[in-house]
Write a protein that binds this ligand. Structure first.
Ligand code: IPE
Ligand code: IPE
Ligand code: MG
Length: 261
């Protein structure tokens, strides 16, 4: 049986988040410049977006550029930004043909104004699509997001719109970039690094983590299927005991059944 056939379509992760890492090392292996690796990474993005859309995954978040990545050499930052914006512009028609809706999370104000407009336009043009939700994390970091959210909560408290006692996880979630997006259930990181690198620290609270040595430009649908199969073989307990999990029919335990505090 192929990997795809082995996947239980009734128990797919609703949201997959990916740290697309290893472009630089891939390029180095080929004796090429780092930008060559980023360029080839786009092919993996196309392939994985297509794979997720075919499977019927609800949300795919791709970590494309972190707040910390702004500190890389200027030539790499500029080349990468150009590649990202250019790719999004060129892919809008394909996204529409495949009913994919584009979302962005991150500090868009760090981007040049023209790029901000392009991205807003791409989101608007795909805004009524009802298939896969493709979330691009661009100029994103979790600490930036949380600090930004706290500031806004503080402003609203100061303005008398929010009572401090009413600040709950559900309220805080309304202030995050991921408002309205369910938490990732599966987080994949490529390139053999075992870290989170400031990605969705709050939202990944109960995600299953999957690490693979494959470098991002080599990552294809088959690798995605392997990660999903691994996910499907895990027991997600959400703080409960194994016996408690066995009592509940599959699918009933979800983030919503975790006690709110
Ligand atoms: C991931 O590849 C892409 C970005 C972080 C933008 P890297 O550029 O980090 O590649 P490595 O980790 O140096 O191999
Ligand atoms: C994480 O990769 C960010 C993205 C993939 C966009 P990095 O390559 O920047 O992370 P570190 O530096 O290895 O932690
Ligand atoms: Mg890296």
């Amino acid at each position: 049986m192929s990997l795809l056939e082995q996947i239980d379509k009734q128990r797919l992760p609703r949201h997959i988040a990916i740290i697309m890492d290893g472009n630089g090392r891939w390029a180095k292996e080929q004796g090429q410049d780092r930008l060559y690796g980023h360029f080839h990474g786009v092919e993996s993005v196309r392939n994985i977006v297509e794979g997720c859309a075919e499977l019927g995954i609800g949300y795919l978040t791709l970590y494309a550029f972190s707040t910390e990545n702004w500190d890389r050499p200027a030539y790499e930052v500029n080349g990468l930004m150009e590649l990202l914006i250019d790719t999004i512009r060129k892919e809008v028609d394909t996204l529409n043909r495949n009913n994919i809706r584009l979302h962005m999370i991150g500090d868009m104000q760090m981007l040049p104004e023209s790029a901000q407009h392009e991205l807003e336009e791409a989101m608007e043009l795909t805004g009524t699509n009802t298939g896969l939700n493709l979330v691009m994390a661009l100029s994103y970091s979790s600490r930036w997001e949380l600090v930004h959210a706290m500031r806004q909560v503080a402003e609203d408290v100061k303005a008398g719109k929010v009572d401090p006692g009413a600040v709950t996880p559900a309220l805080l979630e309304q202030y995050l970039c991921t408002r309205g997006i369910p938490d990732p259930e599966l987080m994949i990181r490529t390139s053999g690094e075992f870290r989170i690198s400031n990605f969705l620290l709050y939202q990944l609270a109960y995600a299953e983590l999957y690490f693979t040595p494959t470098l991002w430009p080599d990552f294809r649908k088959e690798n995605l299927y392997e990660a999903i199969l691994d996910f499907q073989n895990r027991e997600r307990r959400f703080g409960k005991t194994s016996e408690q999990i066995a009592e509940v029919p599959t699918g009933v335990i979800s983030k919503d059944s975790i006690g709110r505090f």
